[in-house]
Ligand binder design. Structure first.
Ligand SMILES: [Zn+2]
Length: 271
């Protein structure tokens, strides 16, 4: 994806296909309207990974995959796929984390050292406080799924290279952060701009494009479901008919797409 002078590439860590029904407040019947997002077995392919943003001299990662701990059969390819783009870990200048769930931190550190040793790590202050503050979030899913590699175990090595933001702002040339709380307190949409062109990376404000098509979705992992719903709905209203290309960390193939409208109905198209 080219946005003016800025280039954005999806870097996959792997894909985990899951039954869609337990993840959202939708029945199997509801999913019949959204089969375009399901695979041949009726499963929702949840991509793990992040995005490499080349902006001037900077090589920026937005999220870093789930890492090698969760499901080594399916995931753990992020560094190899980064190398295939000609990028070494020490080339990365900035790691921007859309939020601090473990499945976005997989290659941020190995628990003892930063894996992008030259990079400045950046996240929303509210998420740092939520996951690393005096009363840290107890992530039981990480304990069961990741062999204990929760956010609070992965994050400490970044502390001496951490810069947080607490309000919407430009954090790097062409990279703006915009708060979209609910999934986590500091969940953020990354707006990438160059000249008159724009694209957005949606983090986990949306996990599957189907969540943008109507206004009544809930996701099991949302920390504050009502706030997450309001953030998602505001985003969908902004995007519909705008032709702004958007992608999210779990979209299939890390593909960009657009939210279009025709005869009063929203429609999603990849590409
Ligand atoms: Zn996620």
């Amino acid at each position: 994806m080219q946005v003016g002078d800025v280039k954005i590439e999806g870097i996959s860590d792997g894909t985990i296909p899951v039954p869609p029904t337990p993840l959202f407040n939708k029945s199997d019947q509801d999913w019949l309207q959204h089969t375009q997002f399901l695979d041949a077995d009726g499963l929702l392919p949840i991509e793990m990974g992040g995005f490499l943003v080349r902006s001037g001299e900077r090589l920026i990662l937005v999220d870093t995959g789930i890492g090698p701990h969760a499901d080594p059969e399916r995931c753990g390819r992020f560094m190899r796929n980064l190398a295939a783009q000609g990028v070494e870990p020490s080339d990365i200048t900035d790691v921007v984390l859309t939020h601090l769930h473990f499945d976005h931190l997989g290659w941020a550190t190995d628990g003892e050292r930063r894996l992008f040793d030259k990079a400045t790590y950046r996240c929303h202050e509210s998420d740092w406080d939520f996951f690393m503050g005096a009363d840290p979030f107890d992530d039981s899913l990480a304990v069961s799924l990741m062999g204990g590699w929760s956010s609070s175990k992965l994050l400490p090595p970044i502390l001496d290279r951490l810069e947080t933001w607490s309000e919407d702002q430009t954090i790097l040339p062409g990279i703006d952060v915009r708060s979209a709380p609910g999934h986590t307190p500091g969940s953020t949409v990354i707006v990438i701009s160059s000249g008159s062109e724009r694209a957005m990376l949606l983090g986990d404000v949306v996990h599957c494009p189907a969540e943008l098509l109507s206004d009544d979705w809930e996701m099991i992992g949302d920390v504050d479901k009502e706030l997450a719903r309001r953030s998602r709905e505001a985003l969908a209203r902004e995007l519909e008919g705008s032709a702004i290309p958007v992608a999210a960390t779990h979209f299939p193939g890390l593909q960009f797409g657009r939210l279009l409208t025709a005869q009063g109905r929203r429609r999603w198209t990849f590409g």
